[in-house]
Design a protein around this ligand. Structure first.
Ligand SMILES: Nc1nc2c(c(=O)[nH]1)N[C@H]1C(S)=C(S)[C@@H](COP(=O)(O)OP(=O)(O)OC[C@H]3O[C@@H](n4cnc5c(=O)[nH]c(N)nc54)[C@H](O)[C@@H]3O)O[C@H]1N2
Ligand SMILES: Nc1nc2c(c(=O)[nH]1)N[C@H]1C(S)=C(S)[C@@H](COP(=O)(O)OP(=O)(O)OC[C@H]3O[C@@H](n4cnc5c(=O)[nH]c(N)nc54)[C@H](O)[C@@H]3O)O[C@H]1N2
Ligand code: SF4
Ligand SMILES: [Mo]
Length: 699
C-alpha cells in the first residue's frame, strides 16, 4: 500500500464501465481511504474520473454494508435474517448444493454472475468453480451481444484505432453512447481535439443527453432506426463523391453491391423512419464526407434493440465507405476486447468444461426460475444458485418472472454481496463481500488498451471476504475436481497470468501499475487487412456464421434468417400499436452504475426520483401533465412513476433513466418490469431500450 508515495495508493476502477480508470487513492493516517482521483500519468484516464467514484469513501464506509453472513429465518423475500458464522454458512451451502445435485444432477446448480467487479480474478473464478463441479454454465447476454456481434461482422475483430487518437481527430461522431454519464474519458479526448484542433463533435441519440448538449451537431432519432440513418449517410457519400473508391476496392468485400443496394436508401426514406429532417441527414452526411479524419466512437446504447447487431454493423460500415480507417484520428472504435491475449486458464479452468453441460441464458433468468422448459434447454429445474457480482432482481428483464422465480420455496439461493440488494433480500444465505480497495485484482479496459493492477490498499472490516475465498472454500467442501487455481491467492493468480502471457510478473506490474497493449498503427487501423480470412471489411456479414465473441455453442437464435445481408434498417423492433403508443428507452443515470451506487445518498439525491421523460406534445394527447403521477405498462407489467416534460426527445419516445431500486417505485416494481428477455438475433442479448408501452395519468 505504500509502494508509490506514502499517502497515496494506486488502483483501477472495478466497475462495469468502458473507461476502467487508473486511480489514485488518498490514504488517511489510520489506513482508511480519503479522496479518489484519476491518475494523471495514465494516458487514457488523464487525471479524470466520474464524480461517483471520486467519492468512493461514501460507498466503502456506508453504514448499510453487509458485514456478517446471514441465514434466512422468515419466508422468502420477507427480509428476516439471522447472523451465522462463515463456517456454518459455507457448511450449509455445501450440504444444500450436494443435496440438490443428488436429486437432480449437477446442472440443477446455477452459479450466476456478472460484472459488478470487472476484476479478472474475482469476477471469473466462478467459471473454474462451475466447471470443476459440472454445474450449469451461463450464456452472458445482458450487455455486449448485439454490439460486439455487429462490430465484428464488419471488421472481423473486436479492436480498433487507439481511443487516444480521438484527441488527434478532426471530427468525432459519438453514436448511441452517452459518455458524459457512462464513460467520461471519451469526452476528455474529444474535447481535447476540439480545443487543440477545432474538431467538431456529432452525437446520435434518442434524446438530448448531457453529451449531446456539448455537440456541434446533435441528431435525435427514433430508437431502433440507426441502421436507416447509417444507410442514408452512406447513400449521400456515394452519391456526392465522398466515397473513397480506391480504399473500397482494396479493403472491402462488395462495394459495388453496397452502392447499388443503397440507391434506394435515400435521406427521404431515412427521414420517414428516423424522424429527422432530410436537411439534417444531408448535413450530417456532408460533414462526415468532408472530414476525412473522422473518429466514430460507437457505444452500446443503440444496440440494445432487436435490430442492434444490424445497427452496429451499419454504423461501422460508414468509416469503410469514407476510408476514415486510413488516418490517424480516423476509423470506427467500439471495444478493444481482442487486443489483450492474456492467459485466463488458471482462473477459469477451461480444460474442465464438459461441452454437454447446458449454458443457460442470463437474461432468461425469470423464465428459467419459473420452469420454462425452452429456457431450461430441456434440462433439470434450477434448484440452487450462487450469485456473485450481479443484482438480477433489479437489472434483468421480465422482472415479474424473476421475482416469482426467486420466491420459490424449493430454490436455495446464495447471494455474495456488498449490500442488501433486492436480490440478496431473496436469498437463503447472504455472504458479505469485500469492496475492490480491499482485495487484489487485475483489470483490462474495454474502452482503452491498458491491463491494470488493482491491489488491495486498505483492510476490510472483519466479516466481508473476497469472491475467490468463497469459491475456493466451497470447491473444497463440495469435493470439486481439484485444480491448482483453487489453491492460489489473488496475487498468485495475477502473477501466474502475467508470466504465462509474457507480460512480466506481479512485481513488475506493481512497479508500472499498468501495461499499454495498444497494437501498432497499421494493425489498429486494419491497414494490413481486416480480421476476416480474406482481410476485407465485410459489408455482407453472413450473420449465421459470424466470428462474434458472443457466439454460443448452438445455432444462431431469434429471427436471424431474415436479417438483411447488407447494411439496412431491419424492422424487427417492438412496434407501437393503438394500445402501446410509446417506445421506451431505459438509459443509464449518471450517478448510478447499473444498480450500483443506488445505495449511496449523494447519488440518490442527484437523480431525485424515478421518472419518465416525455415530449409535451406527446403528453398532451394523453392528458399527462408535467410532474404527473403516471402508470406505464405493457403485457409484461405496470410501473408507477412521475412524468417530466422534456422537449428534446424523439417523437413518440419516452425515456426513463435508471437503474433505481425497485423499492423507489411506488409499488416496488422496477423499470425492468417492462423490458423483454427474448433473445435478440443472431447471438442473443436483451433489448433493454426497445420496449413498446402505454402511459396513463393516475388521477
Ligand atoms: N453512470 C453510468 N455509467 C455507466 C453505466 C450506468 O448505468 N451508469 N452502465 C455501464 C455499463 S454496464 C455499460 S455496458 C456502459 C454502456 O454505456 P453506453 O455505451 O453509453 O450505452 P447505454 O448506456 O446503454 O446507452 C447510451 C445511450 O444510448 C441511447 N440510445 C438508446 N437507444 C438508442 C437508439 O436506438 N439509437 C441511438 N442512437 N441511441 C440510443 C440512450 O438514450 C443513451 O443515451 O456504461 C457503463 N457506465
Ligand atoms: N433497464 C435496464 N436494465 C439494464 C440495463 C439498462 O441499460 N437498462 N443495462 C444492462 C447492462 S448493460 C448490464 S451490464 C447489467 C448489469 O447488471 P449487474 O452486473 O447486476 O450490475 P450492477 O448493478 O452494477 O450490480 C453488480 C452488483 O455486484 C456487487 N459487487 C460489486 N463488486 C463485487 C465483488 O467484488 N464481489 C461481490 N460478491 N459482489 C460485488 C455490487 O454490490 C452490485 O450489487 O444491467 C443491465 N440492465
Ligand atoms: S468513469 Fe467509469 S471507470 Fe472511471 S471511475 Fe467512473 S465508473 Fe470507474
Ligand atoms: Mo453493460
Amino acid at each position: 500500500m505504500t509502494r508509490h508515495e506514502p499517502q497515496t495508493a494506486f488502483s483501477a476502477c472495478p466497475h462495469d464501465c468502458p473507461s476502467t480508470c487508473a486511480l489514485e487513492i488518498d490514504l488517511r493516517p489510520d489506513g482508511g481511504i480519503g479522496r479518489v482521483r484519476g491518475a494523471k500519468d495514465n494516458t487514457y484516464t488523464a487525471g479524470v474520473i466520474c464524480a461517483k467514484v471520486a467519492r468512493y469513501a461514501e460507498r466503502l464506509y456506508h453504514p448499510d454494508r453487509l458485514l456478517r453472513p446471514l441465514r434466512r429465518i422468515g419466508r422468502k423475500g420477507e427480509r428476516r435474517f439471522e447472523e451465522i458464522s462463515w463456517d456454518a454458512a459455507l457448511d450449509l451451502i455445501a450440504e444444500r448444493f450436494l443435496a440438490a445435485e443428488a436429486e437432480h444432477g449437477a446442472e440443477t446448480v446455477w452459479p450466476y454472475h456478472y460484472a459488478g467487479t470487472m476484476g479478472l480474478v474475482q469476477r471469473d473464478s466462478i467459471h473454474r468453480f462451475r466447471h470443476a463441479k459440472g454445474y450449469s454454465r451461463q450464456f452472458d447476454t445482458f450487455c455486449t451481444n448485439m454490439a460486439w456481434t455487429g462490430y465484428v461482422a464488419g471488421t472481423g475483430k473486436l479492436a480498433g484505432p487507439d481511443p487516444r487518437e480521438m484527441a488527434l481527430s478532426d471530427q468525432i461522431v459519438i453514436w448511441g453512447t452517452n459518455p458524459v454519464a457512462t464513460q467520461v474519458n471519451v469526452m476528455t479526448h474529444a474535447i481535447a481535439a476540439r480545443k487543440t484542433r477545432g474538431a467538431r463533435i456529432i452525437v446520435v441519440d434518442v434524446y438530448e443527453t448531457d453529451t449531446m448538449k456539448q455537440a456541434d451537431l446533435g441528431l435525435i432519432i427514433k430508437p431502433g432506426t440507426d441502421g436507416a440513418l447509417a444507410c442514408a449517410i452512406m447513400h449521400v457519400l456515394f452519391r456526392d463523391g465522398y466515397a473513397d473508391r480506391p480504399y473500397l476496392d482494396a479493403y472491402t468485400d462488395c462495394p459495388a453491391a453496397l452502392e447499388a443496394h443503397l440507391a434506394a436508401r435515400t435521406p427521404e426514406w431515412a427521414a420517414g423512419l428516423t424522424g429527422l429532417s432530410v436537411e439534417r441527414i444531408e448535413e450530417a452526411a456532408r460533414r462526415i464526407g468532408e472530414v476525412k479524419k473522422t473518429y466514430f466512437r460507437l457505444g452500446y446504447g443503440f444496440t440494445r434493440s432487436r435490430n442492434g447487431a444490424v445497427a452496429m454493423h451499419a454504423a461501422t460500415s460508414i468509416a469503410a465507405v469514407t476510408g476514415a480507417w486510413k488516418y490517424e484520428g480516423g476509423g470506427a472504435f467500439h471495444n478493444n476486447g481482442a487486443i489483450y491475449g492474456h492467459d485466463k486458464s488458471m482462473i477459469e479452468a477451461p480444460e474442465l468444461i464438459d461441452p454437454a453441460v447446458r449454458a443457460l441464458d442470463q437474461s432468461l433468468i425469470g423464465r428459467i426460475l419459473t420452469g420454462d422448459t425452452a429456457a431450461l434447454l430441456g434440462g433439470p429445474p434450477v434448484t440452487a444458485m450462487l450469485i456473485q457480482n450481479t443484482n438480477p432482481v433489479s437489472v434483468a428483464p421480465e422482472q415479474e418472472r424473476v421475482k416469482q422465480g426467486f420466491l420459490r420455496e424449493d430454490l436455495f439461493t446464495v447471494v455474495h454481496e456488498q449490500f442488501m440488494t433486492e436480490t440478496a433480500e431473496m436469498a437463503d444465505i447472504v455472504l458479505p463481500a469485500t469492496q475492490f480497495l480491499e482485495h487484489d485484482d487485475i483489470y483490462k479496459g474495454g474502452g482503452h488498451q491498458h491491463l491494470m493492477l488493482g491491489p488491495k490498499v486498505t483492510d476490510p472490516p472483519s466479516g466481508p471476504r473476497e469472491n475467490l475465498y468463497v469459491l475456493n472454500a466451497l470447491a473444497k467442501r463440495l469435493g470439486a475436481k481439484d485444480h491448482p487455481g483453487f489453491h492460489m491467492t489473488a496475487r498468485e493468480h495475477i502473477d501466474w497470468m502475467l508470466k504465462s502471457s509474457g507480460y512480466g510478473s506481479l512485481e513488475t506490474l506493481e512497479d508500472s501499475r499498468w501495461i499499454d497493449l495498444q497494437p501498432d498503427f497499421e494493425t489498429s487501423h486494419y491497414l494490413s487487412g481486416f480480421g476476416h480470412a480474406d482481410g476485407k471489411y465485410h459489408f455482407r456479414p453472413d450473420w449465421g456464421k459470424s466470428a462474434s465473441p458472443n457466439k454460443p455453442a448452438g445455432d444462431p437464435m431469434g429471427p436471424w434468417r431474415t436479417m438483411p445481408d447488407l447494411p439496412d434498417h431491419w424492422d424487427s423492433i417492438e412496434h407501437t400499436d393503438l394500445q402501446h403508443p410509446f417506445r421506451l428507452v431505459t438509459a443509464p443515470a449518471r450517478s448510478f452504475l447499473n444498480s450500483t451506487f443506488n445505495e449511496t445518498e449523494s447519488s440518490r439525491k442527484r437523480e431525485k426520483r424515478p421518472e419518465v421523460w416525455i415530449r409535451p406534445q406527446d403528453a398532451a394527447k394523453y392528458k399527462i401533465a408535467d410532474g404527473a403521477h403516471v402508470k406505464m405498462g405493457n403485457a409484461r407489467g405496470v410501473v408507477t412513476l412521475h412524468a417530466r416534460y422534456v422537449d428534446t426527445i424523439a417523437p413518440g419516445t419516452v425515456v426513463s433513466e435508471g437503474l433505481w431500486p425497485n423499492s423507489a417505485f411506488e409499488d416496488g416494481k422496477g423499470i425492468n418490469t417492462l423490458t423483454g428477455a427474448d433473445p435478440v438475433a443472431p447471438y442473443g442479448g436483451a433489448a433493454f431500450h426497445d420496449t413498446a408501452v402505454w402511459l396513463r395519468a393516475m388521477d
